[in-house]
Design a protein around this ligand. Structure first.
Ligand SMILES: NC(=O)c1ccc[n+]([C@@H]2O[C@H](COP(=O)([O-])OP(=O)(O)OC[C@H]3O[C@@H](n4cnc5c(N)ncnc54)[C@H](O)[C@@H]3O)[C@@H](O)[C@H]2O)c1
Length: 269
């Protein structure tokens, strides 16, 4: 039997914990380190003990004995842990794709992977058809539009509140229309899907984003429409949230686990 792939999991929140649950007992993928900030160690320890007894919680990715780093933690964690791991030559899987909307950050990740002679893999996460979009790009894309529709309360604490009372909306209201780059600046907490669609397709400046507050929906609905030499597609996703973090889709966890399993599977899809 081949030795299992030794994983350092960065972040042990809603996604990280669910990933540990799904990888528990996996013969080919073994989480051997859980990396969190110093003030997160106490919370991570019992989770690691229960779900990955071989994993030591710590504040840094061990310099030795790690075959793969998996990030489920956010922009700062990519800076602190993913960039150095890539530069050391350790491949990394990244879930916080929205972080790549920051100016120059995608280039920085790429440069670290080039320096280490390795690869950083961005997971599709909460959105589908990233395979089709990235394949269609090879033939040439003409337009890509992403629409994010959420109930009004989901936009509280964002610029959508400026000049309007979200609680009083009686019909669907477009709260933002512009490029994915502008959307990431104004709505950073909603940046993951728009960034993923942009990176797979036409980039942050040419991907159109529409954000809608809709009192008639209780779900988070993502729609992607793309046109190009390949033809066209429209995809609509109604994702269920993770109980541990209603802002995160359960599909993001499955997407991370799929990416990991595909790295070791004899037949990958
Ligand atoms: N690609 C997608 O579709 C998608 C979807 C949902 C969430 N995400 C991203 O995944 C990430 C995790 O989401 P979540 O719901 O699990 O969040 P969460 O808040 O439940 O958990 C975050 C975890 O990261 C840890 N953390 C924070 N800063 C860190 C650092 N500098 N170093 C190491 N660990 C650190 C926290 O202690 C916590 O354990 C977020 O960045 C989110 O934007 C991506």
């Amino acid at each position: 039997m081949t030795a299992p792939t030794r994983i350092a999991l960065v972040g042990c929140g809603a996604i990280g914990t669910s990933v540990l649950e799904l990888l528990r007992g996996d013969a080919a993928l073994k989480v051997v380190a859980v990396v969190v900030p110093a003030d997160g160690i106490a919370a991570a320890r019992p989770i690691a003990q229960r779900l990955a007894p071989d994993a030591q919680p710590g504040t840094a990715v061990p310099a030795e004995g790690i075959d793969l780093v998996v990030e489920t933690a956010g922009h700062a964690a990519i800076e602190q842990h993913v960039l150095p791991a890539l530069a050391r030559g350790t491949p990394c899987v990244v879930a916080s794709v929205g972080a790549l909307s920051a100016p120059g950050f995608a280039e920085k990740l790429e440069a670290a992977a080039v320096a280490g002679g390795t690869q950083v893999q961005l997971i599709p996460g909460a959105i589908g058809a990233i395979d089709a979009l990235a394949a269609a790009r090879i033939g040439g894309l003409d337009s890509v539009r992403y629409t994010g529709r959420k109930p009004p309360h989901a936009w509280k604490g964002t610029p959508a509140e400026q000049g309007r009372d979200l609680d009083a909306l009686s019909s669907e209201t477009v709260i933002f229309e512009g490029s994915a780059r502008e959307a990431a600046l104004l709505y950073p907490k909603n940046a993951n899907v728009a960034a993923t669609v942009s990176l797979a397709g036409l980039g942050l400046d040419r991907t159109l984003v529409r954000l809608i507050a809709d009192p008639a929906t209780a779900e988070n609905v993502h729609t992607v429409e793309a046109d190009g030499a390949f033809g066209s597609f429209e995809l609509t996703m109604r994702n269920k949230p993770l109980a541990a973090n209603p802002k995160t889709s359960a599909l993001t966890v499955y997407s991370a686990v799929r990416a990991l399993r595909n790295r070791v599977a004899a037949l990958a899809i």
